[in-house]
Design a protein around this ligand. Structure first.
Ligand code: HEM
Length: 308
């Protein structure tokens, strides 16, 4: 299996990439560690009722250590765990908003879908953006009523899944594949959501962007799996979906997006998709922290013609 890295197989480039990653990680780790120590001191002096009510990730991590007489800065094992957890949530949160680039790209070539989403935002919230924000603040649960917008997000996640996952097989685990009996004890399997998302038996006309398929078709329950499924599935999936619905609600009516640098292929390069005949190389993903378009994705953003 080959991976698409930035810089391909240029070993000097790989060295600089590794070095830069190491250096950046160190800077971030130190920054978060300092914040944790400072917040720990603040929490120690805080009223215990306030501490118990706080739900921030950092406070949840630190709360368990407040009765501990040891200074957390010297507790290496705890600090490593705490920094790593805070970092996971920060990065995952950032990646979620960055991920919407795919939704903007799809909408830029599907103006009817954009119009439908805008109409939904007018109907479920309000044509006026300020009023929309007021309603959102008073009743964030209304985001769940944005069914078409949810379909847009789901289609972006289906066509361009950001990650996949692995599972270790239990002892004696066997799997029948095309008549072959595979003994998978102690093996690690990769669950390739991309392959499932383009399977026409699960998603008819899989290369078509159809936000309405989640409300008009019976999509099998386990077929859509950008957050994976089961007890170790993405802990932030509901937050991520809410965040993306909210961003699209606040952005889509005010701005028009145009994905730049698209060079459509005359014929599809890959066998599983023909989307490159519309979006060119942008549909191919490279392995970064999460999967993203090779070479990055530039977007021209302008104010939408309609005024709010
Ligand atoms: C578009 C947004 C996101 C996508 C596509 C995504 C996808 C995934 C996937 C595929 C996994 C692996 C699950 C598994 O192995 O079964 C995962 C795990 C995880 N995600 Fe997300 N994620 C997103 C956003 C977030 C957000 C916003 C957070 C937190 C703020 C988050 C926190 C986590 C954590 C902590 C895990 C590890 C869960 C565990 O091992 O038990 N993710 N995510």
């Amino acid at each position: 299996m080959g991976y698409a890295y930035d810089g391909g197989y240029n070993s000097l480039q790989q060295f600089f990439n590794t070095f830069n990653t190491w250096r950046t990680t160190r800077i971030i780790d130190r920054y978060i560690a300092n914040k944790l120590v400072r917040r720990y001191d603040e929490l120690k002096n805080e009223d215990s009722y306030v501490v118990k009510k706080s739900k921030s990730i950092m406070d949840l991590v630190l709360r368990q250590k407040l009765d501990n007489p040891r200074v957390i800065a010297g507790d290496r094992e705890f600090m490593e765990m705490a920094v790593s957890n805070v970092k996971s949530f920060l990065v995952a949160g950032h990646e979620t908003t960055a991920y919407l680039g795919y939704a903007y790209m799809l909408l830029s070539k599907n103006p009817q879908a954009l119009e439908k989403a805008r109409q939904e935002h007018d109907q479920v919230f309000d044509p006026d953006l300020n009023r929309t924000v007021e309603i959102l603040r008073a009743n964030p649960g209304r985001l769940y009523d944005l069914h078409y917008t949810t379909g847009i997000i789901k289609e972006a996640l289906r066509l361009f899944p950001a990650a996949s996952s692995t599972r270790t097989c239990a002892k004696g685990y066997r799997f029948m594949y095309k008549g072959r009996d595979l003994q998978l004890t102690d093996q690690i399997v990769i669950i390739c959501s991309l392959a499932m998302h383009y399977n026409p038996n699960l998603f008819p006309s899989p290369c078509e962007f159809q936000p309405e398929r989640y409300t008009t078709q019976a999509v099998p329950k386990d077929a859509w799996r950008p957050f994976e499924r089961g007890s170790r599935s993405c802990i932030g999936q509901n937050l991520a979906m809410m965040e993306m619905r909210m961003v699209l609600l606040l952005v889509l009516r005010s701005f028009d997006f145009e994905a730049l640098g698209i060079k459509p292929h005359n014929n599809p390069i890959a066998t599983y998709t023909n989307l490159d005949t519309i979006y060119g190389d942008l549909i191919y993903q490279r392995q970064a922290l999460t999967a993203r378009p090779i070479g990055g994705q530039s977007m021209k953003v302008k104010f939408a013609e309609r005024e709010y």
